[in-house]
Design a protein around this ligand. Structure first.
Ligand SMILES: [Zn+2]
Ligand SMILES: [Zn+2]
Length: 312
């Protein structure tokens, strides 16, 4: 059986074979769907095979001024964070032919405004359920005073939204109770860790299970130290163990959670003043080269535009 598959999908699989793919002849290979590990997730004739469609991820934008990602499966459409105005979220979804009215749920990592800015305009107006922990909910309510349909979880716990199995994990960041997410779909697992001062053993363990990771590469340490637009106290906050990851720290983290199953790595939350895309990309790519991780496709995210949709 495939570990981590949502119960709903698991129930659809009557018999599952997982022979070594190399042993299959071409006719049989053509009847199969494979996951990243080369294992068969379904064969033609299975109910799962017939319902199997591409899982799609679009980072709508990421940076110090706003973060939001859209994930779509056969049955489920979720946003991870809503850090742009409702109007921006609507426009960015429209650019990929989607609308906020069709969202199944919204997942929130923490209450900072670059993650919840558009929450009232989307969730309250359209009555979309919002998943977060209690401490985050209390902070958001203090800021927004909106009538939102909250679905509270305990940090570290898991739950299902349609055909997505969600796991939550604590991250070290200066918010009330910030979390990262692992979202398991039928064949692909996504890891989100966008605001964290350092990478804990728990974070490494969780991200090691992912095929696609969105990881923060916030600043270049020298650019931050030299930056005239940041007061000393803010620099200290960003550099602290509950602040944000530097490019170098992101590269270190990648080395720690690297696995043969990791295929796509997005660098997120780049600071506009204290980082440059080429520095972030170069630092992490050279670490990937050292690790000989040729299976990993490295991508940059930007604040102003959605990334091209990743369909898997
Ligand atoms: Zn934050
Ligand atoms: Zn943030």
């Amino acid at each position: 059986m495939i570990p981590g598959l949502p119960r709903k999908l698991l129930a659809k699989i009557v018999k599952l074979e997982q022979p070594r793919t190399g042993a299959l002849n071409r006719r049989v290979r053509g009847q199969c769907r494979f996951n990243f590990a080369g294992k068969i997730v379904a064969r033609s004739g299975d109910a799962l095979y017939r319902t199997f469609v591409a899982v799609k991820l679009t980072i709508l934008g990421s940076g110090s001024a706003g973060n939001s990602a859209y994930l779509e499966t056969d049955e489920t459409r979720v946003l991870v964070d809503v850090g742009f105005s409702a109007r921006q979220i609507r426009q960015r979804l429209a650019s990929i032919g989607r609308a906020p009215e069709n969202l199944t749920a919204i997942l929130i990592t923490h209450e900072h405004s670059d993650h919840v800015q558009g929450l009232a305009g989307i969730a309250e107006k359209l009555n979309i359920p919002v998943y977060c922990n209690r401490a985050t909910q209390e902070e958001i309510q203090g800021q927004l005073q909106a009538r939102i349909d909250y679905r509270l979880f305990a940090t570290g716990g898991g739950f299902e939204i349609g055909d997505i199995a969600v796991e939550t994990f604590s991250v070290p960041h200066d918010a009330q109770d910030p979390v990262g997410y692992l979202l398991r779909t039928c064949a692909v697992t996504f890891g989100f860790a966008t605001d964290l001062g350092h990478v804990t053993t728990l974070v490494m363990e969780r991200l090691r299970a992912a095929n696609v990771v969105v990881l923060e590469a916030n600043h270049d340490v020298k650019m931050l130290q030299d930056c005239l637009r940041r007061p000393w106290s803010l620099k200290q906050r960003i550099l602290s163990r509950h602040g944000h990851l530097s490019n170098e720290a992101a590269a270190e983290a990648v080395a720690e959670f690297m696995s043969a199953e990791l295929r796509h790595l997005y660098l997120g939350h780049l600071s506009r003043d204290c980082n440059r895309p080429d520095l972030a990309f170069g630092t992490v790519q050279s670490r990937l080269d050292k690790l000989n991780a040729t299976q990993v496709q490295l991508e940059l995210t930007t604040q102003n535009l959605p990334c091209p949709t990743l369909a898997l």
